[in-house]
Design a protein around this ligand. Structure first.
Ligand code: GLN
Length: 198
Protein backbone atom coordinates (compact mmCIF):
# COMPACT_ATOMS: atom_id res chain seq x y z
CA UNK A 1 0.00 0.00 0.00
CA UNK A 2 1.35 3.41 -0.91
CA UNK A 3 1.86 5.93 1.82
CA UNK A 4 1.35 9.62 1.22
CA UNK A 5 2.58 12.13 3.75
CA UNK A 6 1.44 15.73 3.66
CA UNK A 7 3.69 18.53 4.85
CA UNK A 8 1.93 21.72 5.91
CA UNK A 9 3.45 24.23 3.50
CA UNK A 10 2.23 27.65 4.57
CA UNK A 11 5.62 28.81 5.88
CA UNK A 12 8.87 27.35 7.19
CA UNK A 13 11.03 24.31 6.50
CA UNK A 14 8.53 22.23 4.53
CA UNK A 15 10.69 21.44 1.46
CA UNK A 16 13.31 19.68 3.58
CA UNK A 17 10.68 17.40 5.14
CA UNK A 18 9.34 16.53 1.69
CA UNK A 19 12.83 15.58 0.53
CA UNK A 20 13.40 13.41 3.61
CA UNK A 21 10.09 11.55 3.23
CA UNK A 22 10.87 10.88 -0.43
CA UNK A 23 14.32 9.60 0.54
CA UNK A 24 12.57 7.16 2.87
CA UNK A 25 10.67 5.86 -0.15
CA UNK A 26 7.21 7.26 0.58
CA UNK A 27 5.16 9.89 -1.22
CA UNK A 28 5.16 13.48 0.02
CA UNK A 29 2.99 16.42 -0.95
CA UNK A 30 2.76 20.07 0.01
CA UNK A 31 -0.40 20.93 1.91
CA UNK A 32 -1.66 24.45 1.29
CA UNK A 33 -5.42 24.04 1.69
CA UNK A 34 -7.52 22.18 4.29
CA UNK A 35 -9.32 20.05 1.68
CA UNK A 36 -5.99 18.38 0.83
CA UNK A 37 -5.89 16.72 4.27
CA UNK A 38 -8.47 14.22 3.05
CA UNK A 39 -6.00 12.55 0.70
CA UNK A 40 -3.01 12.01 3.01
CA UNK A 41 -2.11 9.36 5.60
CA UNK A 42 0.02 11.48 7.92
CA UNK A 43 0.82 15.15 8.40
CA UNK A 44 4.05 16.97 9.27
CA UNK A 45 3.77 20.47 10.71
CA UNK A 46 7.25 21.92 10.13
CA UNK A 47 9.45 24.41 11.91
CA UNK A 48 9.26 28.05 11.00
CA UNK A 49 7.57 30.86 12.87
CA UNK A 50 4.69 29.51 14.91
CA UNK A 51 2.89 32.88 15.12
CA UNK A 52 2.96 33.20 11.33
CA UNK A 53 1.85 29.61 10.74
CA UNK A 54 -0.93 30.08 13.31
CA UNK A 55 -2.17 33.19 11.49
CA UNK A 56 -2.13 31.44 8.13
CA UNK A 57 -3.94 28.38 9.54
CA UNK A 58 -6.69 30.71 10.68
CA UNK A 59 -6.77 32.63 7.43
CA UNK A 60 -7.16 29.44 5.41
CA UNK A 61 -9.71 27.90 7.84
CA UNK A 62 -7.62 24.83 8.64
CA UNK A 63 -8.79 24.17 12.19
CA UNK A 64 -11.86 22.03 11.55
CA UNK A 65 -10.11 19.80 9.03
CA UNK A 66 -7.07 19.48 11.30
CA UNK A 67 -9.24 18.50 14.29
CA UNK A 68 -10.95 15.88 12.14
CA UNK A 69 -7.61 14.53 10.96
CA UNK A 70 -6.40 14.31 14.57
CA UNK A 71 -9.63 12.78 15.88
CA UNK A 72 -9.52 10.08 13.22
CA UNK A 73 -6.20 9.01 14.70
CA UNK A 74 -4.16 9.82 11.64
CA UNK A 75 -0.53 10.51 12.59
CA UNK A 76 0.74 14.05 13.05
CA UNK A 77 4.37 15.10 13.59
CA UNK A 78 5.15 18.64 14.72
CA UNK A 79 8.73 19.89 14.65
CA UNK A 80 9.87 23.03 16.45
CA UNK A 81 7.22 25.66 15.54
CA UNK A 82 5.03 22.64 14.70
CA UNK A 83 5.56 21.31 18.23
CA UNK A 84 4.47 24.67 19.64
CA UNK A 85 1.29 24.55 17.55
CA UNK A 86 0.24 21.02 18.58
CA UNK A 87 0.98 21.55 22.29
CA UNK A 88 -1.56 22.15 25.04
CA UNK A 89 -0.24 25.38 26.59
CA UNK A 90 2.32 27.89 25.33
CA UNK A 91 3.92 29.94 28.10
CA UNK A 92 2.65 33.52 28.05
CA UNK A 93 0.47 33.00 24.99
CA UNK A 94 -2.83 31.57 23.79
CA UNK A 95 -3.33 27.84 24.01
CA UNK A 96 -1.97 25.49 21.37
CA UNK A 97 -4.20 23.10 19.41
CA UNK A 98 -3.93 20.59 22.25
CA UNK A 99 -3.16 17.49 20.16
CA UNK A 100 -0.54 16.34 22.69
CA UNK A 101 -0.52 16.90 26.43
CA UNK A 102 2.60 19.03 26.82
CA UNK A 103 3.32 22.63 27.80
CA UNK A 104 6.03 24.52 25.99
CA UNK A 105 8.00 27.73 26.07
CA UNK A 106 9.05 29.37 22.81
CA UNK A 107 12.62 30.49 22.07
CA UNK A 108 13.59 28.97 25.39
CA UNK A 109 17.36 28.81 24.95
CA UNK A 110 17.74 32.59 24.90
CA UNK A 111 18.77 34.99 22.21
CA UNK A 112 22.45 34.39 22.61
CA UNK A 113 21.98 30.77 21.55
CA UNK A 114 20.22 31.12 18.25
CA UNK A 115 20.98 27.63 17.08
CA UNK A 116 23.12 24.70 18.12
CA UNK A 117 23.79 21.07 17.41
CA UNK A 118 23.75 18.45 20.10
CA UNK A 119 23.89 14.69 20.16
CA UNK A 120 20.70 13.49 21.81
CA UNK A 121 19.98 9.99 23.01
CA UNK A 122 17.01 8.59 21.24
CA UNK A 123 15.04 5.47 22.08
CA UNK A 124 12.27 4.50 19.71
CA UNK A 125 11.14 1.39 21.53
CA UNK A 126 10.63 0.71 25.19
CA UNK A 127 12.94 -2.26 25.12
CA UNK A 128 15.44 -0.89 22.61
CA UNK A 129 18.81 0.63 23.27
CA UNK A 130 19.51 4.35 23.33
CA UNK A 131 21.01 5.57 20.11
CA UNK A 132 22.74 8.82 19.28
CA UNK A 133 21.12 11.31 16.97
CA UNK A 134 22.76 14.58 15.93
CA UNK A 135 19.97 17.08 16.49
CA UNK A 136 19.87 20.63 15.14
CA UNK A 137 18.07 23.21 17.30
CA UNK A 138 17.06 26.60 15.85
CA UNK A 139 15.48 29.19 18.17
CA UNK A 140 14.11 26.09 19.76
CA UNK A 141 11.25 25.79 22.21
CA UNK A 142 11.51 23.74 25.40
CA UNK A 143 9.00 21.24 26.68
CA UNK A 144 8.18 22.39 30.22
CA UNK A 145 5.69 19.67 31.15
CA UNK A 146 4.68 16.31 29.72
CA UNK A 147 1.41 14.58 30.61
CA UNK A 148 1.76 11.28 32.44
CA UNK A 149 1.09 9.11 29.37
CA UNK A 150 3.36 11.02 27.05
CA UNK A 151 6.35 8.91 26.02
CA UNK A 152 9.74 10.61 25.90
CA UNK A 153 11.59 9.32 22.84
CA UNK A 154 14.63 11.58 23.10
CA UNK A 155 16.11 13.87 25.69
CA UNK A 156 19.00 16.20 26.25
CA UNK A 157 20.39 16.67 29.77
CA UNK A 158 17.30 14.98 31.14
CA UNK A 159 14.92 17.33 29.30
CA UNK A 160 12.55 15.85 26.71
CA UNK A 161 13.13 16.95 23.11
CA UNK A 162 11.07 14.35 21.21
CA UNK A 163 7.81 13.02 22.61
CA UNK A 164 4.86 10.96 21.49
CA UNK A 165 1.36 10.15 22.64
CA UNK A 166 -0.66 7.80 20.43
CA UNK A 167 -0.89 9.33 16.95
CA UNK A 168 0.97 12.55 17.72
CA UNK A 169 4.74 13.04 17.86
CA UNK A 170 6.45 16.36 18.54
CA UNK A 171 10.08 17.43 18.66
CA UNK A 172 11.91 20.62 19.54
CA UNK A 173 14.68 20.09 16.95
CA UNK A 174 14.85 19.83 13.16
CA UNK A 175 15.33 16.21 12.03
CA UNK A 176 14.78 17.29 8.42
CA UNK A 177 18.09 19.18 8.53
CA UNK A 178 20.20 16.26 9.76
CA UNK A 179 21.67 13.72 7.41
CA UNK A 180 19.76 10.95 9.15
CA UNK A 181 16.44 9.38 8.23
CA UNK A 182 15.59 7.57 11.46
CA UNK A 183 13.06 10.03 12.89
CA UNK A 184 11.19 10.23 9.58
CA UNK A 185 11.32 6.44 9.26
CA UNK A 186 9.82 6.16 12.74
CA UNK A 187 7.01 8.53 11.73
CA UNK A 188 6.39 6.43 8.61
CA UNK A 189 6.10 3.39 10.87
CA UNK A 190 3.47 5.19 12.94
CA UNK A 191 1.54 5.70 9.69
CA UNK A 192 1.99 2.07 8.63
CA UNK A 193 0.68 0.90 12.00
CA UNK A 194 -2.30 3.21 11.66
CA UNK A 195 -3.04 1.84 8.21
CA UNK A 196 -2.40 -1.72 9.30
CA UNK A 197 0.37 -2.42 6.78
CA UNK A 198 3.92 -3.71 7.32
N1 GLN B 1 10.99 30.14 17.54
C1 GLN B 1 10.06 29.63 16.60
C2 GLN B 1 8.63 29.76 17.10
O1 GLN B 1 8.39 29.68 18.27
C3 GLN B 1 10.33 28.19 16.27
C4 GLN B 1 11.66 28.07 15.60
C5 GLN B 1 11.72 27.00 14.59
O2 GLN B 1 10.71 26.41 14.20
N2 GLN B 1 12.91 26.74 14.15
O3 GLN B 1 7.76 29.90 16.30
Amino acid sequence: MDIKVGVLSLQGAFREHIEKIKKCGAGAVEIKFPGQLRSIDGLIIPGGESTTIKKLLKQYNFRKALDKFYNEGRPIFGTCAGLVLVSENIEGEDKGMGYINIDVKRNAYGRQIDSFEEVVSINFSRTGQDKNFRAIFIRAPKILRTGSNVKVIAEINGEPVLVRYKNVMAGTFHPELSDDLRVHEYFLNMIKNYKGVD
